[in-house]
Ligand binder design. Structure first.
Ligand SMILES: [Zn+2]
Length: 313
């Protein structure tokens, strides 16, 4: 996977312009696609062959078996009607936040004028988001550490369904934290804002020994008594944005909320699942902004785990 680290645009497109066969070898070497021979359940060797409309499949070379298997089975490419290069390019555009429908259509349009359907593109963007979610489920973001400042806060996102004043607005509460020194952040949807809800999240996402600043919300009052040894500082929002005595403030977390809501306002509706998907994408982009394309494929590899470098018997 190191081949994908810190690629420049030109390096990426020079990989993409390899002849199809060489490109396939390249992604096999990355462990993104299974290698060209496989071992059958019978122990025989399986080779690739062209199978008309079904495309390329593996077939067992053992005379009494002849079992077949899909070329892309168990890989991230399984079930797709896009070619490897299109998916690779789409993943590049998506990871660099350039996957608007207009841009994707322009980049993936073939010389005969054909282009992927809107549904196909939307599906793939969802597959990339699924990868982000699976990654975070396994590797929750942990910020802070001994002596490191973390700011926490809750916020609410409200949406009026029909732009009519009388309809009750839909409300979602979120809780989150940021490490201002690095900009790393976590956030989660919450059903309530009491101590029983918030403390387990704090202990899961903030490392022991952190210096936590928060507003004066009562649920935080005993934060300094947790076994994690947090140092708790409070700032009263309405009175002073920056506490003149301790210098404690929560400006960084406010700016995370602002960015989150800003984009959400334009692109997303009121469905809870969409809101949570968007939140995960938002966090993933923050966490991996240094090299998103590399991290995306590295995480895909962790989920679709086959080892092309194992020697055949
Ligand atoms: Zn076989």
């Amino acid at each position: 996977m190191e081949e994908l680290r810190n690629l420049t645009n030109r390096e990426f497109y020079s990989i993409l312009s390899k002849p199809d066969n060489e490109f396939e070898d390249f992604i096999i070497k990355l462990n993104i696609l299974p290698k060209k021979t496989q071992i059958c359940v019978c122990g025989g060797k399986m080779n690739l062959r062209q199978r008309g409309t079904r495309g390329v499949t593996y077939r067992c070379t053992s005379k009494n078996c002849r079992k077949e298997r899909g070329r892309k089975k168990n890989s991230f490419f399984e079930g797709s009607n896009l070619c490897y290069k299109d998916i690779f390019e789409l993943s590049y555009l998506w990871s660099h936040n350039q996957a608007s429908m207009e841009n994707v259509t322009r980049c993936l349009r073939k010389s005969d004028g054909s282009e992927p359907s809107t549904k196909t593109v939307v599906d793939w963007k969802n597959f990339f988001r699924d990868i982000c979610k699976i990654y975070f489920d396994k590797h929750p973001i942990v910020i802070g550490g001994p002596g490191i400042e973390v700011q926490i806060d809750e916020t609410v996102v409200t949406k009026r369904k029909y732009h009519r004043g009388r309809m009750p607005a839909t409300e979602w509460w979120f809780f989150g934290g940021i490490e201002p020194s690095s900009g790393r952040a976590f956030m989660l949807p919450v059903q309530a804002r009491n101590r029983d809800t918030l403390f387990p999240l704090i202990r899961r996402h903030i490392a022991p020994g952190s210096i936590i600043s928060s507003d004066g919300w009562a649920a935080y009052a005993t934060l300094g008594e947790l076994p994690e040894g947090y140092v708790h500082k409070t700032v009263i929002h309405s009175e002073n944005f920056v506490d003149p005595v301790t210098g404690t403030h929560t400006q960084s977390i406010e700016s995370v909320w602002q960015k989150f809501k800003e984009r959400h306002k334009h692109e997303y509706g009121t469905a809870r699942t969409l809101m949570e998907q968007y939140m995960i994408e938002f966090l993933w982009r923050r966490e991996f902004k240094e090299d998103p394309f590399y991290h995306l494929w590295n995480q895909i590899c962790q989920k679709y785990n086959f080892n092309n470098n194992e020697e055949d018997e």
